[in-house]
Structures are given as C-alpha cells and as structure tokens.
Ligand binder design. Structure first.
Ligand SMILES: Cc1cc2nc3c(=O)[nH]c(=O)nc-3n(C[C@H](O)[C@H](O)[C@H](O)COP(=O)(O)OP(=O)(O)OC[C@H]3O[C@@H](n4cnc5c(N)ncnc54)[C@H](O)[C@@H]3O)c2cc1C
Length: 456
C-alpha cells in the first residue's frame, strides 16, 4: 500500500516535502491556510528582496546621474504592492501546478492534529478528517510582537505591514539590528526615508563576523543611517499633538528615539498554537518550537517537523532541504545514499548595500575553540570585473585547514555576494580543498576570480 503522507503548511519545507514524496510514490495531501509557497513567498524572502531590488534600481538612477545621464526616481507604494503580489502569485502558481501535476491532493484551510494518525481540516466552518501514516508539520512562524509595542499597522509596524506601508515613512525607526532589521533599514533608506536603527548590542549583526558587520556599519553611516548602539528598546508610544505627530521609542538607558514610523524586527515566534501537538503526543519547547532529531522526527515516531517551526535555522533554503530529506526518510531512502543535514554548512546572505554572505566556520568561532585555521582575504579593489562595473567595495575571506587545505568557511562582502558565496558553499559541503578551487577554470573577467585568488 502507498504511504499516506500528510503535510500541514505549504511553505518551502512543506511544498518541497510534498513534491519529493509524491515523486517517490507516496499518496500525498497538503493542507495550506493561505498560499502555497508559504510566508516565504507572501511575507518574508520574496517581498523583502523585491523591494530591495527596487531600492537598487533607485540607487542605479542616482549613479546614472554621475555618468552624465539625467534620471529621476519616485517610489509608488501602490505599484510596489502590485509588483510584490504579481511575483508572489507567479511563484505560488508554479508550486501549485507542480504539485497538481504530481497528483498531490491540495486542501485549503487550517489543519490540526487530533491523534497520532489523524488530522482535521477546517475550512469555512466545514471540517474534514484526514488520516495519515506519516505527517510533516511545517507551519512556519510569524513576527514576534512584545507586549510593550502596540502595533497598529499605521505608525507602528511589523515587517508584514511594510511591503510597503501606504505612505513611505518620512523617518523610520527600525528596532532590531539582526538580518531582518538591517535589510529593512537599508531598503527604506534606499527609498529616501530618514532611518534610525536601534541596536541593542555594540554593533549590528551580532551573530556575524565583526569585520563584516563593521563594513555594513560604515556603509550605513556614510548613507546617513543613524545608529543608536547599546540601546535596548522597552516601549514604543504613538504621540500625536500640536508639536509632534509620530512615534517615540524608549530605551532601557533612558534614550528616546523619535520618528514618523516604527518597524519591529526582533525575531519570530513559531506557529504551533492550535496545531494539536499534545493530541498527537508531540513535545514542544516553552517557546512553541517542535524539537526534532537528525532526521527531523519529532517525539512522535511518525510525525516530522521542519522549517521555522522546528527552530533549527530560520532560512528558506534550510526549510526546503529539510523537506526533501524528510520525504526521503519517510519513503525509506535513508538507508541508501542519504546525507544528514549539516546546519553548520548552510550559506546565508544579507541583502544590504553592500551585500554580505557567509558559509561554514567563522574566524571568531575557530579562535574561540583554539582551532588552527588559515585565513586569506582578498579585496575586490584589485579585481578587474569589479573595477569595470564601477563597484569595487568589499572583500572575499576564505577560511581553510592549514594542513589539508580543505575549505572550512568564508565570507564575502560586495556586489553579488549572495551569488558568489555558492562557490564556497559547494566547497564547504563537499570537502573541497583550496587547490581544487584554484585549479578550476573560471570566467575572466569575473568577480569569482577574487575567490580563486583568496584560495591561492
Ligand atoms: C522579513 C524576512 C525576510 C526573510 N528573507 C529570507 C531570505 O532572503 N532567504 C532565506 O533563506 N530566508 C529568509 N527568511 C526566512 C524564511 O522566510 C523562513 O525561514 C521560511 O519561510 C521558513 O519556511 P517554512 O517552510 O518553515 O514556512 P513558511 O514559509 O513560514 O510557511 C508556513 C506556511 O504554513 C501555513 N500554515 C501555518 N499554520 C497552518 C495551519 N494550521 N494549517 C494550514 N496551514 C498553516 C502558513 O499559511 C504558511 O503558508 C526571511 C524571514 C523574514 C521574516
């Protein structure tokens, strides 16, 4: 009999698992309450990068003026929203068509477990029972809203209300300087907003290489982004009087930062409420994530969890890979050529100006555990393609084992860093040596030649 595989949540983890399992012969049902493609398409990766791309076009217009061209740009929030929606619809339709072509049963509505082998789909007051042999919970997460922030969707916003707001903020105060916070600070600065960034630590991007974070801070400062360092926000107030119409962020040390709008970028919480975890015998953490083993199995032997709900590494790429591995495991392929996911080898990028990307072992982490490493750094300033394209900022840093030459990690700051890091990601995942990269015949002129140089 075919394995009945149920997926609740159609984001990158869910739809990849559904497609892979169907391709391997399972009888697959997927329940999605919103759109296939998930929050990744609707709220997170796609609209944020679409708006950053628009900001990039505006910056290109500014540069065009420097080249003797007359150019003006004006942001149209309504047109931006239409563009976001059309990209999302295109991508979601592609997912839907693929799943339909594979015979996956797609159910619209809210799913919840009622036992270790049964779920309920609720849609427009109607309930349907779905039985399964194996299931995947991939319901994602949503923005964290602390009780000190009265989000109103008008002046005090979450990221989901900023794609874009009806009016581009005159002065946006971004609270949070992790990846999401710096991307939104960059995006709205590119749109012409005055931007203040409330940074709770002493530098932005606290989990990244300090050298990389320093480059971004320098760029922010040169573009007029105001950094409020060591400022932990503890309240946001809407103020509307004859002297001031806007918001005020109060920080623990007494500092007050005023602006026209505030944007919260202080993390996410997993969508596990009402999912029926206890009914299916699944243990959750006090924050609502579902702990999983190396095969992404929860504490129930036939129920997997993945993506943001599983709380391993909140990246779309990681969620999709988990989905693929889960489908293979559920179909018994793990006994064959199946590699477990190594989260330490996931590449990630920050779509700021300049772009930042990294993979694998970080220099600071190696020093912290006393591991001997070889670090080589090559600036783009000497790279032909960077000079030709007029943007030679940033560098490539490669971390390798001094004895074997195996590439352990690296970071790239500069134009197209998010694309270029793929070279190092492939090397890190597959245990390639610096020599293997040096001996690869790459295109000339290309930015990737800086990676070869850093490996030499
Ligand atoms: C602003 C922002 C930008 C980001 N940019 C990037 C990026 O550039 N690159 C990157 O790799 N990552 C990025 N991320 C992270 C990435 O979006 C998430 O890690 C990824 O979306 C997680 O995928 P997922 O499969 O867990 O679920 P999601 O994409 O969160 O999808 C979950 C789906 O489950 C559905 N669902 C929830 N509950 C139920 C239910 N009970 N029944 C039915 N359906 C349900 C939801 O409607 C949703 O469609 C970004 C995050 C944010 C906040």
């Amino acid at each position: 009999m075919r394995l009945r595989f149920l997926v609740i949540g159609g984001g990158p983890a869910g739809h990849t698992a559904a497609s892979t399992a169907a391709g391997l012969g399972a009888d697959v049902t997927i329940i999605e309450r919103d759109v296939l493609g998930g929050a990744a398409h609707l709220w997170d990766c796609v609209p944020s990068k679409a708006m950053i791309a628009t900001g990039g076009e505006l910056a290109a217009l500014d540069r065009a003026e420097g080249m003797g061209l007359e150019a003006t740009g004006r942001i149209d929030p309504a047109a931006l929203r239409v563009r976001n929606l059309s990209i999302q619809t295109h991508l979601s339709d592609d997912v839907k068509q693929l799943l339909e072509s594979q015979g996956v049963r797609i159910l619209s509505g809210v799913g919840r477990l009622v036992s270790p082998n049964e779920a309920i789909l609720a849609h427009d007051g109607i309930e349907e029972r779905v039985t399964f042999d194996a299931a995947l919970l991939s319901t994602g997460s949503c923005p964290r809203i602390p009780d000190w922030a009265a989000v109103d969707g008008d002046r005090i916003l979450t990221t989901r209300q900023a794609y874009p707001p009806p009016v581009i903020p005159e002065h946006l105060v971004v609270i949070g300087s992790g990846v999401t916070g710096v991307e939104f600070a960059h995006m709205f600065r590119a749109f012409g907003s005055r931007v203040s960034l409330v940074v709770s630590r002493q530098h932005v991007l606290p989990s990244k290489d300090p050298e990389v974070a320093a480059v971004l801070e320098e760029s922010f400062v040169s573009r007029g982004v105001e950094l409020h360092k060591g400022a932990r926000a503890e309240a946001i107030q809407r103020i509307e009087n004859a002297d001031f119409d806007g918001i005020e962020v109060q920080c623990a040390d007494g500092r007050k930062v005023r602006g026209s709008h505030a944007l919260l970028a202080i993390g996410s919480i997993p969508n596990s409420d009402g999912l029926g975890l206890a009914e299916a015998g699944i243990t959750a953490t006090e924050w609502g994530t579902v702990p999983v083993d190396h095969n992404c199995l929860s504490s129930a032997p036939n129920i997997y969890a993945a993506g943001d709900l599983a709380g391993k590494l909140p990246l779309s790429s990681v969620a999709a890979m988990q989905g693929r591995k889960i489908a293979e495991h559920a179909m018994g392929l793990h006994a064959l050529a199946h590699r477990h996911l190594d989260y330490d080898k996931a590449a990630s990028a920050i779509f700021t100006e300049p772009e930042i990307a990294d993979v694998g072992l970080a220099e600071a982490d190696a020093f912290a555990v006393g591991r001997k490493i070889r670090v080589t750094k090559v600036p783009f300033a000497g790279n032909a393609k960077a000079l030709i394209s007029g943007d030679a900022r940033g560098f490539v840093k490669v971390i390798s084992d001094p004895v074997t030459g195996v590439v352990l990690g690296g970071s790239i700051v500069g134009a197209n860093a998010a694309e270029l890091i793929s070279v190092l990601a492939i090397a890190v995942t597959n245990g390639l040596r610096t020599q293997d990269i040096v001996e690869s015949l790459l295109v000339h002129p290309s930015l990737a030649e800086a990676i070869v140089e850093a490996c030499s």
